[in-house]
Ligand binder design. Structure first.
Ligand code: PEP
Length: 257
């Protein structure tokens, strides 16, 4: 079975300007510096306007912090006002790009079809997608969380070859748990993360499925992260609110301590 390095990624959403981003990443790097964190990968996902500042800081200091964007255009270039292309993100040395976050699905009507085009755009430009999937409260109450989430996975991965999918990160984020303080139980997280891995094995093969990192996201905090990370198919966390507090995020990264 593949060894998967856990990925703790901080989704800053629309918070922290570029000066605040510098202060935040410096504090984070300093806090992580006193001990090796090779066993856990750490990434920050700031707003577009912060990426250049974060790049300068991280690349210049060879800090072991990766970074990425919160969205990508499905297009390469052209008359798409307000959009940012994969080539632009690659030029900024981004490693990751979030695709299909529930806030984009909700406020910008992003469909699985668009997510699929964005996944392809990310790979075209050498970026690793963090593909977000997960059900709303109504779906959860009806007990359809697995079928709903797997349909999102199927849609977003249409025509994406196994050699690319092996490197993808899938974030299972039940919408009812995002920013609400209502975290899924470890068993809830495992149910859907395990089903996602099972689907990847069906769509591709066992080896590919075992290589993919599947994160849980939704009100992750230092107090609940260890129990969630103890689940066999959970390989990290996508952390929103708690990633804005450096001390709290560092505790999440060090969930094993
Ligand atoms: C997110 O934005 O992806 C998220 C999981 O947010 P929060 O941790 O605040 O629930």
């Amino acid at each position: 079975m593949a060894t998967r390095t856990p990925l703790m990624a901080g989704n800053w959403k629309m918070n922290l300007n570029h000066l605040e981003a510098i202060a935040h990443v410096q504090k984070l790097a300093f806090a992580l510096n006193d001990k090796d964190h090779d066993a856990v990968e750490v990434a920050v996902l700031p707003p577009f306007t912060d990426l250049r500042s974060v790049q300068t800081l991280v690349d210049g200091d060879k800090l072991k912090i990766r970074y990425g964007a919160q969205d990508i255009s499905a297009h390469d270039s052209g008359a798409y006002t307000g959009e940012v292309s994969g080539a632009m993100l690659a030029k900024l040395n981004c490693t990751y790009v979030v695709i299909g976050h529930s806030e984009r699905r909700q406020y910008h009507n992003e469909t699985d079809e668009l997510c699929n085009a964005k996944v392809k755009a990310a790979y075209k430009h050498g970026l690793t997608p963090i593909l977000c999937v997960g059900e709303g409260l109504d779906v959860r109450k009806a007990g359809n969380q697995v079928a709903h989430t797997l349909a999102q996975v199927d849609g977003a991965l249409q025509g994406v070859p196994a050699e690319q999918v092996a490197s993808i990160v899938i974030a299972y984020e039940p919408v009812w748990a995002i920013g609400t303080g209502e975290v899924a139980t470890p068993e809830d997280a495992q149910e859907v993360c395990g089903a996602i891995r099972g689907r990847l094995a069906e769509l591709y093969d066992r080896e590919t499925a075992d290589a993919v990192r599947i994160q849980y996201g939704g009100s992750v905090k230092s107090g609940n992260v260890a129990a969630i990370m103890a689940q066999p198919d959970v390989d990290g966390a996508l952390v929103g609110g708690a990633s804005l507090d450096v001390d709290e995020f560092v505790k999440i990264v060090r969930f094993r301590d």
